[in-house]
Ligand binder design. Structure first.
Ligand code: PHE
Ligand code: FE
Length: 298
């Protein structure tokens, strides 16, 4: 069972050094698609088949549309040179390969220019439970389909611009929580039901089930300030998920709002612990937290 449990956001935790010698000054490297082995393509195919069997009933339809528009349904690890013209045509985005984690500002600058940075390596067939760093399956299967959706594409670009700004204001930690609880682990309302859209969820079989079906986690209506105060865990399934109404609504609440005054308020607010509910929460499902208790008990 392959889970993506960590590192989803380590790409925006500070690492201050120069790009490795094989990388360009903007940290990109060629994907070198031809050097993937048959075994590596087979790892992709197996993960792809497993996720696409379970996701249609659970994920926001735009995700499935994105797989189609970008022809990601073809076997094998996608060749970025084939993917990019389709993505460019859909929303003006590109995928670029990087050797691993990149510094905050590099990550934000790429997003601000509509470039999504992706790892080129793929996990080994035996790396089933745990990944230290996002691989091409998480980065490309998880993140790229929604980049073909115009409102989500605009959100990601605005996030990059907001990141550059937050860096200057010393508020990356607050903004990182927003990324975590939307881009990585977000849920979206679909009538009376909930659907998945976060890349950390949709690239994980276990969490794709857990996030929607398990009685353990809290499911709370998205509230920007609340989310930016909320700590998260990188070592296991989330204890709380936040539910947006739509990508358009998320855009209105983020791109169209000046975060500077909010950051000033946040400086005086204590963070909210993992699994905690606060009185102002609009709780959609109050979790039992049974899974987290079970895991904590070892
Ligand atoms: N509007 C935010 C700001 O003023 C930037 C932002 C946009 C942040 C979208 C996150 C997502 O800084
Ligand atoms: Fe990610």
């Amino acid at each position: 069972e392959t889970e993506f449990r960590t590192g989803a956001l380590s790409c925006i935790m500070a690492i201050h050094h120069a790009p490795p010698p094989e990388a360009a000054p903007d940290w990109t490297i060629p994907q070198d698609w031809r050097s993937y082995t048959a075994a590596e393509h087979a790892v992709w195919d197996r993960l792809f088949a497993r996720q696409t069997r379970m996701l249609p009933a659970r994920v926001i339809p735009a995700f499935i549309d994105g797989l189609d528009i970008l022809r990601m349904t073809r076997p094998g690890i996608p060749d970025f040179d084939e993917l990019n013209p389709r993505l460019m045509k859909a929303t003006g985005w590109q995928v670029v390969a990087v050797p691993g984690l990149v510094p905050d500002e590099v990550f934000f600058s790429h997003l601000a220019r509509r470039r999504f940075v992706a790892g080129r390596f793929i996990r080994r067939a035996d790396q089933s439970e745990y990944l230290e760093e996002p691989d091409v399956f998480h980065d490309v299967f998880g993140h790229v389909p929604l980049l073909a959706h115009p409102a989500f594409a605009d959100y990601m670009q605005a996030y990059g611009e907001g990141g550059l700004r937050a860096a200057k204001l010393g508020m990356i930690e607050a903004l990182a929580r927003l990324y975590w609880y939307t881009v990585e682990f977000g849920l979206v309302r679909d009538g009376d039901a909930l659907k998945l859209y976060g890349a950390g969820i949709v690239s994980s079989r276990g969490e794709s089930l857990f996030a929607l079906d398990d009685p353990s986690p809290h499911r709370i209506a998205f509230d920007l300030k609340r989310v930016m105060r909320s700590r998260y865990r990188i070592d296991d399934y989330q204890q709380s998920y936040f539910v947006i109404d739509s990508f358009e609504d998320l855009l209105r609440q983020t791109r169209d709002v000046d975060f500077a005054p909010l950051y000033e308020q946040l400086r005086d607010c204590p963070p909210i612990a993992v699994g905690e509910l606060i009185p102002t929460d609009r709780v959609i499902h109050r979790g039992t937290q049974a899974y987290a208790r079970f895991r904590a008990a070892g």
